[in-house]
Each structure stands twice: as structure tokens, then as C-alpha cells.
Design a binder for this molecule. Structure first.
Ligand SMILES: *Cc1c(COP(=O)(O)O)cnc(C)c1O
Length: 427
């Protein structure tokens, strides 16, 4: 049969205005959005409705692990959706069991609970901790300053940043913040009510700050000594982004150690764009949350798990952890060169694998930004958009690179060249 070509898409000259108008009228304005309307993507590129192409170094905030419109994800979505999209968690199905097995295989003996987001994965960890300490009346969780753990009520209580809490008081009880990478601060903060410590292996929203190896090892010893759970939020820094499955595996890889947290939350890259979260809990606490103690309607559906399994399979087959490590290192080195050559604009660059943070100078000291009302980070991101590259702002002076794990060396070089041009135009 002769193939019938689809008709060309209609030209919507004012598609931008139309979509913008819909958001203005109908979408709750919780986001300060950039003035871009996207229509489609392929791999590490995305197109807006005017037809302009962007290199996506933001990856939807570390979500699009295999880039956009990945054909293997599409194929899995089609095939699984023809079999079974959803069954209740009242029943068993193979994709959830298989996906849990794959996650456990990359960590250590334990079990997995599936949910739909990072905040929800952390909620599971809070409940795990509360259950763990309940009979002794312990419930308090220590978290780090500058941390980010999600936007639910407990999530903002756990997050060590005032800006997410403002206007939503009173906070959920039982969270206190201590300086990050400061073991003695944790020791000093432990009270008779303390039951757990929760940290990110690499602080993401806080501006790409990795935990120090000694801090991790010290925390493990301290938590054992005080009978506390050591919980890690791997929502952003996990899923092979740093070059290993979890960031602590990367941070500790050159040291002899037997470090293992008690629980780990995951989301973002887990479903490669399909909304999915999970937490892993190590064996000795794996049955703490028994029947009836926790649940979710959508967590771990056959469709979500089939896609997440495929993402995992492709990452392993194509050695994307190694790719993240190598391409990330090249990006870091190249960006360091750009930083060194432009000390009037950039302060520094740091990170692990494909999780990098570029720090700008103070807004006042960059003439092109000084008089703008937006932060240096936002103004920089806007200029990068004009140049055709997407990044993620972090605080007022940093932008993050969280690209797909299959970003090629050529695409990374293209990104650096685009960023360098913008930086030079500001110098
Ligand atoms: C994004 C993020 C979360 C929240 O995830 P959601 O899916 O938005 O709920 C939690 N912790 C960290 C470290 C994150 O980066």
C-alpha cells in the first residue's frame, strides 16, 4: 500500500500568544515561567513553537535521562499500554516486581516502594522514620541547610530553605536543619526525639554541593551509634547522573568502605520523563511499613514500571553512567577554561558527572545585568535561551546543567561554545 504522508502542520503565527493566554487565564501561577512555548523534541534538542531549536542542557531538571522522544521509550509505552496500563496495588503484576529487582540490584539487599514524585518518595522516608522511632517516642528528622526535599507540607518542613516555607506556617513538626557537610553540627543537634538524618548526596537546588566523603562515612558511624536512620534524597543526584547509580557510590568510590544508607528516595530521571518516584529501604528495615501503613493509587503502575525498566536497561546497555562521567568531566574542564578566561562574569564551576553548577559573579558587578530587575541567574538563562541553549537557574547566582545522560561529546562541546559566546558578550 502506498504510504500516505500526514498533512503539514498548520502554521499558527500566534501560537505563542494563544498558549500564553491559556496559562494566564487558567493555570495557577505558581511558577515564574520563561517566555518560551515548546512543541516537540528529539534527543538533546527541543523546538519552540516559532521553530527555534534549543540544545537542552537542563533535561527538564534532571528528568529526561534519555532525552526527548526516545524511540525505545515510545515503543515501550505503546507495547505496554496495549497490554495493561494500570491495576490497583491491591494486586500483583510483573513490571513492578521486575523494576524493584533492578533497583535493588544496583544497591544492596532491600525492598522498594513506588510512588509518583520526589516529594512523595521523601514522604515515604519520613513515614519510615516515624514508624522506626514510634515506640520510643522518637520522630525528629535532621536535614541540611540549603537542602531541597519537595513541595508537600512535610517536604517544605524538611527543606532547609526559608523561601519555600514562607506563607505556609505552621510547619509540620519534627524537622530541624543543620549546616551541610558539618558532622559535628549533626552530633550537637541530636536530641532524645531524633530518629533520622536526611541529606542529599549532592545538593541540587542548593547549588550543586557534593557531600564530602568523610561526612558520609562519619554520618553512618554517628547514626549507628545513636540508633538513627541515615536517609538519602537521591531524587536529583541519583540514577547514574554522577557516573554511578547513586551519588554516594561515586563520592566514596576511591575509598575502602561499606557505606550504605538505610533508605534512599528516587524520582526525576527514574522514569525518563514518565512521572515516577520510589524509595528503597535496606533489608533490616524493609518490612517496617507493613500492610495498611502506606499506599498510593498510581504508584508503580505496569506502564510506569515498564518504561522505567526500559530506561534502566538502555542506561546499562549503552554504558550511560560512563558517558555521564566522561562527558561530564569534559564539560567541567571546558567550563573551567571559560571561567578562567572570564573572571569578570563567572566565579566558578563545580559538580560531578552530568550535574554541574556554574556560578556567576554578583549581579552588580556584571554591567549588562546590574540594572535589570531579575537575578543574575535568570538574566543569564534568558541570554542562553536567545543563544539556543537551555539550563536551569539555581538561586540568584547559579545555573545548573542537568542534561540527558546520553548527551554526546559533540553536543557538550556545542553547549560550551554557546555558553562561552554569551559569557564573552557580558565581559
Ligand atoms: C526535585 C526534587 C525533589 C522533589 O521532587 P518532585 O518530583 O518535584 O516532588 C525532592 N528532592 C530533591 C533533591 C529534588 O531535586
Amino acid at each position: 500500500m502506498k504510504e500516505i504522508l500526514p498533512p503539514p502542520p498548520p502554521i499558527h503565527r500566534n501560537e505563542f500568544e494563544t498558549v500564553r493566554g491559556l496559562f494566564n487565564r487558567f493555570v495557577v501561577p505558581t511558577y515564574g515561567r520563561f517566555e518560551l512555548v515548546f512543541s516537540h523534541g528529539a534527543g538533546s534538542y527541543v523546538w519552540d513553537v516559532t521553530g527555534k531549536r534549543y540544545l537542552d542542557l537542563g533535561g527538564g531538571i534532571a528528568v529526561c535521562a534519555l532525552g526527548h522522544a526516545n524511540p525505545e521509550i515510545t515503543e515501550t509505552l505503546i507495547q505496554q499500554s496495549q497490554k495493561l496500563v494500570h491495576v490497583s496495588n491491591l494486586y500483583y503484576h510483573e513490571p513492578q516486581g521486575r523494576m524493584a529487582e533492578q533497583l535493588v540490584k544496583h544497591l544492596a539487599p532491600g525492598k522498594v516502594f513506588f510512588c509518583n514524585s520526589g516529594a512523595e518518595a521523601n514522604e515515604g522516608l519520613y513515614k519510615l522514620a516515624r514508624k522506626f522511632g514510634h515506640d520510643e517516642g522518637r520522630y525528629e528528622i535532621l536535614t541540611a541547610e540549603n537542602s531541597f526535599h519537595g513541595r508537600t507540607l512535610a517536604g517544605i518542613a524538611a527543606t532547609g530553605q526559608d523561601k519555600v516555607k514562607q506563607g505556609f506556617e505552621p510547619m509540620v513538626q519534627g524537622f530541624r536543619h543543620v549546616p551541610f557537610n558539618d558532622l559535628e553540627a549533626v552530633r550537637a543537634a541530636i536530641s532524645p526525639a531524633t530518629v533520622a538524618v536526611l541529606i542529599e548526596g549532592v545538593q541540587g537546588e542548593g547549588g550543586i554541593t557534593p557531600a564530602a566523603p568523610d561526612y558520609l562515612l562519619g554520618l553512618r558511624r554517628l547514626c549507628d551509634e545513636k540508633k538513627l536512620l541515615l536517609l538519602m534524597d537521591g531524587v536529583q543526584c541519583g540514577h547514574f547522573r554522577t557516573g554511578r547509580f547513586q551519588s554516594f557510590q561515586r563520592i566514596l568510590e576511591s575509598l575502602p568502605h561499606s557505606f550504605l544508607p538505610d533508605g534512599i528516595s528516587m524520582a526525576k530521571s527514574l522514569g525518563g520523563g514518565f512521572p515516577m518516584g520510589a524509595f528503597w529501604v535496606q533489608s533490616r528495615h524493609a518490612d517496617l511499613l507493613g500492610p495498611g501503613t502506606h499506599g498510593t493509587t498510581f504508584g508503580g503502575t505496569p506502564l510506569g514500571c515498564a518504561v522505567a525498566s526500559k530506561v534502566m536497561e538502555v542506561i546499562e546497555r549503552d554504558n550511560l553512567a560512563q558517558n555521564a562521567r566522561q562527558v561530564g568531566e569534559a564539560l567541567l574542564n571546558e567550563m573551567q577554561r571559560v571561567v578562567n578566561a572570564n573572571p569578570g562574569v563567572l566565579k566558578g564551576v563545580r559538580g560531578l558527572g552530568l550535574m554541574l553548577g556554574i556560578e556567576l559573579k554578583e549581579k552588580e558587578s556584571i554591567p549588562a545585568f546590574a540594572s535589570g530587575d531579575k537575578s543574575a541567574a535568570i538574566q543569564f538563562v534568558n541570554r542562553l535561551h536567545d543563544a539556543g541553549v537551555m539550563t536551569i537557574p539555581s538561586g540568584s547566582q547559579k545555573v545548573r546543567l542537568l542534561p540527558p545522560l546520553n548527551l554526546t561529546a559533540e553536543q557538550a562541546a556545542e553547549g560550551v561554545a554557546l555558553i562561552e559566546k554569551v559569557v564573552q558578550s557580558l565581559a
